[in-house]
Design a protein around this ligand. Structure first.
Ligand code: NAD
Length: 231
């Protein structure tokens, strides 16, 4: 069977969960990766049966996640995380939450070539509510780091783990190509980078790993992340 990793699932509301469910319904084993600050809440929701209705598949069974990994996609290696993050309670209890840590753990759990499908369904822009005219350099670079470079780093580190015919997908938003007031904080810039990088990554990762790389431009949807900005 195929195995998928969906990065950016922390509740039953976002695109990541819906994609995980569609993959599970199609017969794939699904692992997810969750941002450490959201991980405890997500595990509680699952344990207490709060998302059982959402987990139910057409055949009546409940979708299960083969693994739920901690992932902060702004860190390529654990050493890149600053001391205050590494010692933060939510992070410290989770082991190596970096992208490299995720790759290492996948190989430890399933062997050298554990994956067929990788989905990047995560984004973050700390100043998303600010129009570009008011965004700080720090906020802009944080948006690009979490929302665009995270994909580059995931393809670098998970590419070698893909079986033949494997694929990467990510999610973008139309604000990369047209002005959408409210989609601020450099998030429009991050999505433009993500889309451009997808073309280059497809060229490079196709040759290096035999992998496809695609990005889907999703319509507006009131996920947790989007509700915060009223998109
Ligand atoms: P969501 O809140 O369900 O998903 C975003 C996830 O990213 C959350 O689980 C969050 O915990 C995680 N995350 C944030 N920072 C992270 C980090 N540093 N490391 C790891 N994970 C981190 O919201 P969503 O709207 O389903 O977003 C999924 C993807 O879809 C994003 O790329 C988003 O930009 C894109 N998208 C959303 C819309 C929309 O209207 N909702 C439209 C087009 C594209």
């Amino acid at each position: 069977g195929r195995r998928a990793l969906v990065a950016g699932v922390a509740d039953d509301n976002g695109f990541g969960f819906a994609i995980a469910k569609a993959l599970a319904a199609a017969g794939a084993s699904v692992c997810v990766a969750t941002w450490p600050p959201a991980l405890n809440i997500f595990l509680n929701l699952i344990e207490r049966g709060k998302i059982d209705d959402s987990r139910r598949l057409a055949d009546g069974s409940l979708m299960t996640f083969e693994r739920i990994y901690p992932l902060d996609a702004t860190f390529d290696t654990l050493a890149d995380a600053p001391e205050e993050i590494r010692t933060n309670k939510r992070y410290a209890e989770r082991g190596d939450f970096s992208i490299e840590g995720l790759a290492t753990q996948l190989v430890a759990d399933f062997g050298e070539k554990p994956l067929d499908i990788v989905v990047h369904s995560l984004a973050n822009g700390p100043e998303v509510k600010k129009p570009l005219l008011e965004v700080s350099r720090h906020g802009y670079l944080a948006a690009v780091s979490a929302s665009a470079y995270s994909m580059v780093s995931m393809v670098q580190r998970l590419g070698p783990l893909l079986r033949p015919g494997g694929s990467f997908s990510s999610l973008t938003y139309m604000a990369s190509e047209r002005v959408i007031p409210g989609y601020g904080g450099g998030m429009s810039s991050a999505k433009a980078a993500l889309e451009s990088d997808t073309r280059t990554l497809a060229f490079e990762a196709g040759r290096k790993f035999g992998a496809r790389v695609n990005v889907i431009s999703a319509g507006p949807y009131a996920s947790r992340a989007a509700s915060a900005i009223g998109i």
